[in-house]
Ligand binder design. Structure first.
Ligand code: ADP
Ligand code: PAZ
Ligand code: K
Length: 243
């Protein structure tokens, strides 16, 4: 059994896998990591492996306490990834993006794949059918957009994510919801259209904390799976032990 952990910039997500089956799924803040992992191990005593993807750099220390009880694999740029990396700065490519690209490559062989991760940031990653990773884009995530409008202006309130009632926002709150939610939907649709003009076929995997909220608003058929990063970690783990 393996415990996969994804340390994002907003939250920590974890899942316990036995082969291809997800046995449990967890979300918790960074401060609680020690206690939460202890609880998970109590609940699933057969967990022997811990595989971690983190976008931070000091986070490894958080997991060293478990080194004696678990086989710890902290994914790094030095690990083997099942794609050719054409990013011009591979050392600065986010580990989360590399894990998503690896998961898409392993799970959807021999096809073009676009992975959109709507988390703290929205990231776009493209891996072609020959398993070449091209790169993509990074933009502010949904929550970050609400916080930025509030933090960098005098008058804009901090709102929680909500459905815009109208396309034409008729109040401050409605104008913000329309600007942010419709704006992000236009952004994603626009990116997808631009990729479609260059690559006629590809599958789209939408993941991250806002995947479900966004999925129903997008015009293209997408595969929404908010746990894709954790599942990708499990794929990478199985790929490694299968070798
Ligand atoms: N309970 C929650 N706490 C924080 N963000 C949440 C929560 N539920 C949904 N979200 C949304 O999830 C996004 C963060 O997604 P997540 O994939 O966890 O980010 P990261 O991987 O960067 O930590 C935020 O933009 C926010 O809108
Ligand atoms: C772009 C990110 C901040 C996204 O982080 P997340 O939204 O998943 O928390 C992360 O992938 C990162 O730190 N990337 C480094 C820069 C790059 O990928 O080129
Ligand atoms: K992201």
């Amino acid at each position: 059994m393996v415990l996969a952990i994804d340390v994002g910039n907003t939250r920590i997500k974890g899942a316990v896998f036995e082969n291809d089956n997800t046995l449990g799924f967890f979300v918790f803040p960074k401060e609680k990591i020690q206690k939460e992992i202890e609880n998970i191990l109590k609940k699933y005593p057969s967990v022997k492996h811990l595989i971690v993807a983190s976008v931070g750099k000091a986070d490894k220390d958080l997991f060293l306490n478990f080194k004696n009880v678990l086989d710890l694999w902290f994914i790094s740029h030095e690990d083997f990834f099942p794609f050719t990396n054409n990013y011009a700065t591979p050392k600065t490519l986010g580990i989360d993006r590399m894990v998503l690209a690896a998961g898409a490559t392993l799970k959807f062989p021999r096809q073009n794949r676009l992975i959109i991760d709507a988390g703290t940031c929205v990231t776009y990653d493209f891996v072609d059918q020959n398993d070449v990773y091209h790169g993509g884009a990074i933009s502010p995530g949904l929550r970050l957009r609400y916080e930025s409008l509030h933090n960098f202006t005098e008058k804009l309130p901090l709102l929680t994510v909500d459905n815009p009632k109208h396309f034409i926002g008729d109040s401050t709150a409605e104008a913000i919801h329309s600007g942010i939610v419709n704006g992000l939907v236009y952004e994603i649709n626009g990116f997808v259209d631009e990729y479609l003009s260059k690559f006629p076929n590809f599958i789209i995997i939408l993941t991250g904390g806002d995947a479900n909220f966004l999925a129903m608003r997008l015009k293209n058929t997408i595969f929404a799976n908010s746990n894709f990063l954790l599942e990708s970690l499990n794929q990478i783990f199985q790929y490694k032990i299968g070798k």
